[in-house]
Design a protein around this ligand. Structure first.
Ligand code: ZN
Ligand code: ZN
Length: 204
């Protein structure tokens, strides 16, 4: 928007004059960058992708698991930020498997005592009022069929898993429901080998 001075030269309001001044200063400090005239330099750091970073975090979360039948970690993100985490463990007022032992379902074979990592992550988001529509779930082992159903119902739209669970039909169930399902063979070990084992961390 601009005002006119007797219909001749446009007169900028003060706010536009300030913006123009700032932009002029910016161009003098970063010559070429603001006009696109300079080619960017090669990237100085080799960085993990968001998927790689969050899968590595999910592997760390898995270390909190208490069920003796499997350590699993889950991380839920929205717009590239973590909104919830979960791991295999019993509710806080029920004894944990690592102290009292697993209670195995004689029909299905799973541990009755434990809440699965994905369920814990989704339930926490529900508890504190975080909608999971279009969220991404990172999980260290692909979901069982019960978790798959909960994932679909929660609105999560993308699943990234590190290892495949023994009953992989849950992955097909997720795909059929419209979820984007990806296998990522890159986790904590890969992060360590690529970024920390070469003695370069002192520069960070
Ligand atoms: Zn257990
Ligand atoms: Zn499950």
């Amino acid at each position: 928007m601009s005002e006119t001075n007797n219909g001749s030269q446009p007169v900028c309001p003060d706010v536009f004059k300030t913006l123009i001044t700032h932009h002029t200063q910016l161009r003098s400090v970063f010559p070429g960058e603001t006009t696109g005239a300079l080619a960017p330099r090669p990237l100085p750091f080799n960085r993990p992708s968001f998927d790689q970073m969050y899968m590595a975090i999910a592997e760390i979360v898995a270390l909190r698991s208490t069920c003796l039948r499997g350590q699993v970690g889950a991380v839920i993100t929205k717009d590239t930020r973590v909104v919830s985490i979960g791991y295999n463990g019993a509710p806080s007022k029920i004894g944990q498997c690592d102290q009292y032992g697993c209670i195995v379902d004689s029909e299905k074979g799973g541990c009755i005592r434990t809440i699965h990592a994905e369920q814990n992550a989704i339930a926490y988001a529900s508890r504190v009022g975080i909608p999971l529509e279009n969220a991404t779930l990172y999980v260290t082992i692909s979901p069982c069929i019960d978790c798959a159903k909960l994932i679909i119902a929660s609105g999560i739209k993308r699943l990234v898993y590190l290892q495949e669970y023994r009953n992989s039909y849950a992955l097909e169930y997720l795909r059929l429901s419209g979820l984007e399902v990806e296998h990522l063979n890159y986790g904590l070990n890969a992060i360590y080998n690529e970024y920390y084992s070469q003695g370069t961390s002192e520069c960070r």
